[in-house]
Each structure stands twice: as structure tokens, then as C-alpha cells.
Ligand binder design. Structure first.
Ligand SMILES: Nc1ncnc2c1ncn2[C@@H]1O[C@H](COP(=O)(O)OP(=O)(O)OP(=O)(O)O)[C@@H](O)[C@H]1O
Length: 319
């Protein structure tokens, strides 16, 4: 568990990068820090493994202040993945992955087993890849190696700073999908920085939206979409709301099928929802506007209720 208690960071030039933030990340949680450029995401992340010292407040890992940990113990127990993976160019992939296990003086047998297991876990055949040099891998493959290198010594926590943002959209989506599967297998505590709401919605258990060094809202992706704390959240979520619309409607579709009473109505509703989905995707701005008009927030339950009543009353065409 990671706990931030009234944490602030002022840089020597007077910039306040983070201002009295509080949050807790629970064990096994996929926690995404998101917000516009310069809002303090990277600073927040780097304070967790003491790459940046904090100015005020406390950060606790498993109820122990991070300053009380031996620095090696702390860093070895926290994997770190960056946007530009800096694999050592002169070392093989296996050697790159084995850096921390070597430092921890694992046996050669244990290291070889671990390297093979990790390569195979992310779909890189160990016989093919273990002896290659980084330049013999694609950008996406290098990024995968970066992720498993951070996992090599089995840390409890993994910090990831925009790990996929330098990739082309297809590799990026693939790595996001892999990350979801990987997290199911390893169940680590992950703190992931991105400025991309689409990525956050896809990956996060909870999202922490920051602005000007402060936390604006923490919640599940669904909570941010359906119950934004203020206009900033609404606009931030709205800027990438095609996925927001998809996500909302997927959520709606599910319960819709269970509240309909006969096959005919199910078909009516599904067809109408497809239509609504098309409209929303073509005019994402309408989604935010109309959502804003419903008591100032998107209320999924209300929408389901409305659709359901409309269908029962035979006026689903008004929906
Ligand atoms: N070493 C430093 N000295 C002074 N100011 C800094 C330093 N590092 C970061 N800052 C400032 O602190 C603020 C937060 O920076 P940070 O890198 O945490 O933002 P970010 O949300 O990660 O941004 P981005 O999405 O652009 O990476 C910014 O205003 C930045 O200019």
C-alpha cells in the first residue's frame, strides 16, 4: 500500500510542482495519474522511489515512511518503466533483464529461469530473443523488455511514466492489451502516468486527475465519466470522450439486456443503442453537452431507466 499524506514539492527555483496531495494506492491496484502537461504527475511518481525528495508531508509504503527504507531496498522493490526505455546497448536482452537480480545476487540458474519466464510472459520467445542486442528489437519489443526488466526481481510496486506514449498507435494498443493480461497474472501495485484519458479508461482501476499540482478527482474511470467533480474534469474527460461514449454505452448495454422482458424489446433497444452510439461517436461533443444537461452529470442509471420506461410504454423512438 502506498500512502501520500499532505505531500508537497517545491523546486529550488520556487516552482510548486505538487501541493499538499493525499491519496492511497491499495495493493494490487492499477492506479493511473493523469492530467495536463506540467500538472505534477512525474514529480508525484518520482517522489515514491525517492528520485525526487519531497519538501513537505509523508509518503508511506506499507505503513513505513520511504525515508526510513534503505535506498537500495526501496529501489529494488519498486520497478520503474520510462517512456524512453534505456536498455544497455552493449548488453544482451537477457543481461538487460537480469540487472537487478544480479545486484541482488540471485543464482545464475534462478536468473536464467526468471528471464525465460518473463520473455515468454510477454510473447517474446526466449530462445529467439534472449541473446539479441537491443538494436535488434522493434520499439514495441524494446518497450516490452523495459516492462519485464522492471518486474525481474519481483518488486511489489511498479511505477510507469508514459511507458507507451512513444509508440505508434497499433503497438501502443497492443501493449496496453498485454499490460491488462500481464497485470491479471502478476497482480502488482501499479502507478501509471499518462496524459491520455483513453489509456487511463482502458487500464485503470482508479484514476487520479491532477491540475496545477493538486488532485481534482480520484475515482474509477466510470465515476469520472459519469460523475465529474467539476467542469475541469468534465472538459478533460470530454476531450477524449469518444472512448467515454463507447465506455458509457458498453456499460449501459449490459444492464439493458437484463431489464428487457422479451426478445423483441431487446432487439429494439439494441438497435436504438447502436444508433445512439453512432451519433455519439460522430458528435462526441453532444454527449458531453447532453450529459451536462442531466442535472449536471451523466447518470447511467437514469438513462437505463429512461430507455426501459420508454420501451415499456412503446415510445422508444423518442429516446
Ligand atoms: N527540476 C525542476 N525544477 C523546477 N521546476 C520543475 C522541475 N521539474 C519539474 N518542474 C516543474 O514542476 C511542474 C510539474 O512537472 P512534472 O514533470 O511533474 O509535470 P507532468 O505532469 O509530469 O508533465 P508532463 O505531462 O509534461 O510530463 C512543472 O511546472 C515543471 O515545469
Amino acid at each position: 500500500m502506498i500512502t501520500f499524506h499532505e505531500v508537497s514539492k517545491q523546486f529550488p527555483d520556487g516552482t510548486t510542482a505538487v501541493n499538499r496531495i493525499n491519496f492511497t494506492v491499495t495493493n494490487g491496484e492499477f492506479f493511473v495519474l493523469i492530467g495536463p502537461s506540467g500538472c505534477g504527475k512525474t514529480t508525484t511518481l518520482k517522489m515514491m522511489n525517492r528520485l525526487i525528495p519531497l519538501s513537505e508531508g509523508n509518503i508511506l509504503i506499507d505503513d513505513k515512511e520511504i525515508n526510513k527504507y534503505n535506498i537500495h531496498e526501496l529501489r529494488w522493490n519498486i520497478g520503474y518503466v520510462l517512456q524512453q526505455i534505456a536498455l544497455f546497448p552493449h548488453m544482451t536482452i537477457a543481461e538487460n533483464i537480469a540487472v537487478v537480480p544480479e545486484l541482488k545476487q540471485w543464482s545464475q540458474e534462478a536468473i536464467t529461469k526468471r528471464v525465460d519466464e518473463l520473455l515468454n510472459m510477454v510473447g517474446l520467445d526466449s530462445d529467439t530473443y534472449r541473446n539479441r542486442k537491443p538494436h535488434e528489437l522493434s520499439g514495441g519489443e524494446q518497450q516490452r523488455v523495459g516492462v519485464i526488466r522492471a518486474l525481474a526481481a519481483d518488486p511489489d510496486i511498479i511505477l510507469m511514466d508514459e511507458p507507451f506514449s512513444a509508440l505508434d498507435p497499433i503497438s501502443r494498443e497492443k501493449l496496453q492489451d498485454d499490460m491488462i493480461l500481464l497485470q491479471k497474472k502478476i497482480n502488482k501495485t501499479i502507478v501509471f502516468v499518462t496524459h491520455d484519458m483513453q489509456e487511463a479508461i482502458k487500464l485503470a482501476d482508479r484514476v487520479c486527475l491532477m491540475k496545477d499540482g493538486e488532485i481534482v478527482q480520484i475515482g474509477t474511470p466510470e465515476q469520472l465519466l459519469s460523475n465529474p467533480a467539476n467542469d475541469f474534469v468534465r472538459n478533460f474527460v470530454g476531450t477524449s470522450n469518444k472512448i467515454g461514449a463507447d465506455f458509457q454505452l458498453q456499460q449501459i448495454m449490459q444492464p439493458m439486456s437484463s431489464i428487457t422482458h422479451d426478445a423483441a424489446h431487446t432487439i429494439d433497444i439494441s438497435a436504438r443503442l447502436d444508433q445512439v452510439l453512432d451519433e455519439l461517436n460522430n458528435h462526441p461533443e453532444l454527449f458531453v453537452t447532453s450529459a451536462g444537461n442531466i442535472k449536471g452529470k451523466i447518470d447511467r442509471q437514469m438513462m437505463i431507466q429512461y430507455l426501459s420506461t420508454s420501451v415499456k410504454e412503446g415510445r422508444e423512438s423518442h429516446v
